[in-house]
Ligand binder design. Structure first.
Ligand SMILES: Cc1cc2nc3c(=O)[nH]c(=O)nc-3n(C[C@H](O)[C@H](O)[C@H](O)COP(=O)(O)OP(=O)(O)OC[C@H]3O[C@@H](n4cnc5c(N)ncnc54)[C@H](O)[C@@H]3O)c2cc1C
Length: 217
């Protein structure tokens, strides 16, 4: 996967090692669109636990599903920030590992090896919850090429992901800006900084639904 000129991740074929089997094209969810389906049932729900809801981006349903899966011995896949504040998919096997996966990160998440990890867990009979954008879920199903009873996939309402390249550039700009206390992105986004001290983000939170971001540095 390589960055395109706008900083989005796209698959690139290394023609030096490609054996021309065509499998990547067969499983590409963009080239092989599914038929449009109508929902069988529609439910509205929200988590009754106010603290969990406050730590979620919307109704806090993700954490309820995730806890249930882990209590049943399963594995939960979702998106978290890595140590460089880039967004990546990873998995949790313990309730304590779920918190970094909570909340929306409005950046395209790196799938890395998670599809392979899902397949391996599924083949070992583990119950899996995989949460992601609808294109990531379509990609996972195409990658697996068969249905598994022990796989639950959840895609959220998503109008698209912002570019990781733009996100990286933005972070570089504000984190390397050692200027004193300043306001960076409108009156609701606050950048706290101390004079003459290199800045380090310790927490980043995108605030739904206005896509505002609060950083604590
Ligand atoms: C990229 C993106 C676009 C969105 N666009 C819309 C929209 O157009 N309209 C709207 O109403 N809502 C949008 N949302 C909000 C989304 O619908 C809510 O995040 C979701 O409903 C929150 O559910 P929750 O409160 O149950 O769980 P939360 O705890 O908030 O869980 C969020 C779940 O999403 C996963 N996730 C977070 N960031 C990413 C990411 N970058 N890529 C893949 N998975 C991720 C987490 O791992 C977690 O499983 C968007 C969210 C994202 C991440």
């Amino acid at each position: 996967m390589h960055d395109d000129k706008e900083g989005f991740l796209y698959p690139v074929i290394d023609t030096a090692v490609c054996i021309d089997c065509g499998l990547c094209e067969k499983v590409c969810p963009v080239l092989n669109q599914n038929n449009v389906r109508k929902p069988l049932q529609v439910f509205a729900a929200k988590n009754r636990n106010e603290i969990q809801r406050l730590h979620s981006s919307s109704g806090g349903i993700f954490i309820l599903l995730a806890e249930q899966i882990i209590q049943n011995g399963g594995v939960v896949f979702g998106a978290r920030f890595d140590k460089n504040w880039e967004v990546e998919h990873c998995y949790a096997e313990r309730i304590e590992e779920l918190q970094p996966l909570m909340r929306s990160k409005y950046v395209q998440s790196r799938i890395a090896n998670t599809y392979k990890e899902v397949e391996s867990f599924l083949k070992h009979g583990r119950q899996i919850l995989f949460v992601g954008t609808s294109c990531q879920i379509a990609g996972l199903h195409k990658f697996l090429r068969k249905d598994y009873d022990n796989l639950l996939t959840v895609d959220f309402i998503c109008h698209g992901v912002p570019s990781p390249g733009v996100w990286r550039k933005y972070l570089e700009e504000i984190i390397s800006d050692k200027s004193s206390r300043s306001e960076v992105a409108g009156k609701n986004s606050v950048l706290l900084s101390t004079k003459n001290r290199p800045l380090r983000a310790i927490k980043i939170r995108f605030c739904c639904p206005q896509y505002l971001m609060r950083m604590i540095l």
